[in-house]
Design a protein around this ligand. Sequence first.
Ligand code: PLP
Length: 382
Amino acid sequence: MIYLDNSATTRPTDAVRAAVDLAMREGFFNPSALYAPAMAAEKEVRLCREAILKTLHFPGGKVVFTGCGTEADNLMISGTLASLREGTVLYTAGEHPAVKEPCLHAGSGITAKEISFDRDGRVDLEKLEGLLDSSVKLICVMQVNNETGAVQPLAQIADLRDRLCPGAFLHVDGVQGFLRVPFDMTKCRADSYALSGHKVHAVKGIGALVYGPRCRISPRLLGGGQESGMRSGTENTPGIAALKEAIASFPFEDVEKMRQCKIHLYHRIRELIPSAAVNGPDPEGDPSVSAPHVLNISIEPVRSETMLHALEGEGIYVGIGSACSSHKQKVSATLRAMGIAPKQAESALRFSLCPYNTMEEMDAVAEALKRHYDVLSRFSRR
Ligand code: PLP
């Protein structure tokens, strides 16, 4: 099997599985209880919070553990907008539904507006500037786009925010960037950051919202007051142990190798199928613009699903867009916002890598694509 759908989810590593096992066997105590083993469980939770803050260079920040990235995004967006009678919330054209939906379903006094993308799938800073005024209360921008791997210009966005609407919060959906693309919350002057365990070789069922002192978030879950009252419900200690281990053992030293694999895959595909077109920033271009793990390529005239299933027949798994929406969405909103022609968008495949992929796998995938392309393109309408 060759798995290139790591933006949908990742395989938990052996170290993560061992940490979960230990947390369930020996650390199963309720971290709110008062006896010593419970305090040890509570310490694990605290150490994970500290690891997250260290990774994000945000010493004064707070961490609330959630059930997933979606919940972290919802907590920040709905929890911030709930207390406002009026105002504007901005979100980029390529935001995941976890961000877009709570923006669109905020209270009746809140206006939601979309920030346009340029041809590479990055925020159009001029258009954004035109949207910023004192009515703006919250700006939501993803760190890395889940479909194209475009890294958003967050520092420039923070500069514009500081100049034109300093009171607005900047929320970063870091689900596709966490650990794979460095991020400094303090330098970037972001107010909040959402992350998800299952995208970084931890497990499903754990996410976190990181936020700074300016935020005023009203909790979405009321109850026993866990997580400093921000998210009632007994903490998912095995999930937190998994996330802590995933951070501790993440092979940062292999991120560059992963980028080289991505570039190799791109070269091999272009060599074998010269008409293949990249959707998103130049894979070989500025690393601060193109993430090391996502490559989106259209192979016209073969439709995405047809190629996806042809590859699946050989044990090769790739994506065609964001995993959560691929069942319902016809043409990706992100690709549409970039001005990609519908026919090109309908042939888009997303290859998303992890640091454990190899060059040999890239060769095998490019060669399989070529074989299927030669057959399928003859039967596809141009
Ligand atoms: N944000 C982005 C950019 C994503 O890609 C995803 C999932 O694919 C999410 C949020 C939601 O994360 P989760 O699956 O942990 O709810």
